[in-house]
Design a binder for this molecule. Structure first.
Ligand code: KG4
Ligand code: ZN
Length: 286
């Protein structure tokens, strides 16, 4: 409902601020999924309408391709690369040998990392979205809570539901006993373990695929500790590491435009039949 109310306002502002006019548009990039179907449909309907009116091609963009191409806004990507995509809905390791070629080599088996951050924040009575708050508070804390390590096996998959549930149970138990939680320490204990496993598996993927380029993408790419630890690990191995500016980490339209350009070059062109998808059905796994 909020999207319906805002979409035309956003369009007006877009044309005003960018000093663009409808006739200057070459292609229209639009997110078709995955995500909440209601909001996706509003954006898609709007893009289809512009495509119909202008006669310009409609380019359907996968949300995660957008996050990855946020890294291409300021500097051209170098291939082959490994992309670590960490957001509220994804924790993926992806191998790309060239533009718009995505091979997923690992993924979360349960909760996405951002989802786990948000849940830990909520149980600690921090506002949504909790990820940035957990990040900030953990700078003031110590790793004193004995939480389980997230899945640390030979695969490239992740699992964060165990550590998330451990935090939830610990906080409930302490609250029932009337013991205050040291929130900064809880944030630090959680973040240290999560980042440790993510960095370890990412570095292993880099070695296995023999690449020299790593990029970080998605809302959790804003996490200062993850950036710091990946910077350390990659500089030891002479790997080029990059991440987007903070404003391009969280969901934004610029990244969808950046991806649409390369999708178009690859001949990925939609039409007015294009539908939105709620679930993550694809990468063009090549
Ligand atoms: O990519 P995004 O904006 O939306 C999805 O596609 O899901 O990611 C949002 C997620 C939220 O879970 C939010 O808490 C998390 O990114 N996030 C962070 C930080 N900034 C945003 N998580 C940890 N540390 C941060 N600094
Ligand atoms: Zn996102």
């Amino acid at each position: 409902r909020s999207h319906i109310e805002n979409i035309t306002i956003v369009l007006d502002e877009l044309f005003q601020r960018s000093k663009m006019t409808m006739d200057k548009i070459d292609i229209i990039g639009v997110t078709y999924g995955p995500g909440l179907i209601g909001s996706l449909l509003i954006g898609l309907q709007c893009a289809k309408t512009i495509s119909l009116v202008t006669g310009k091609p409609l380019i359907p963009v996968h949300h995660i391709a957008g996050h990855i191409y946020a890294n291409n806004l300021e500097k051209r990507l170098s291939f082959p690369l490994i992309a670590l995509v960490v957001s509220g809905g994804h924790t993926d390791l992806i191998y790309m040998k060239e533009d718009y070629s995505f091979k997923r080599i690992g993924s979360t088996l349960d909760d996405a990392v951002g989802e786990a951050y948000d849940k830990v924040a909520k149980i600690c009575h921090l506002d949504y979205p909790g990820g940035p708050k957990v990040d900030k508070l953990s700078k003031l804390g110590k790793d004193t809570y004995d939480l389980p390590m997230p899945l640390d096996d030979d695969s490239y998959n992740f699992s964060f539901s165990g550590i998330k549930s451990a935090v939830v149970n610990l906080v409930h138990n302490e609250e029932q006993r009337g013991n205050p939680i040291r929130i900064e320490d809880m944030c630090k204990s959680f973040q240290d373990r999560v980042v440790h496993v993510i960095v370890k598996k990412t570095m292993k993927a880099i070695q296995k695929y023999g690449v020299k380029n790593l990029l970080l993408a998605g809302g959790v790419a804003a996490n200062s500790y993850l950036r710091e630890k990946l910077s350390e690990a990659t500089s030891l191995e002479n790997i080029n590491f990059r991440y987007p500016r903070i404003e391009y980490c969280t969901d934004n339209a610029a990244m969808i435009g950046a991806a649409a350009y390369y999708a178009y070059q690859k001949g990925i062109i939609g039409n007015l039949e294009q539908n939105a998808v709620a679930v993550d059905s694809l990468y063009n796994e090549k």
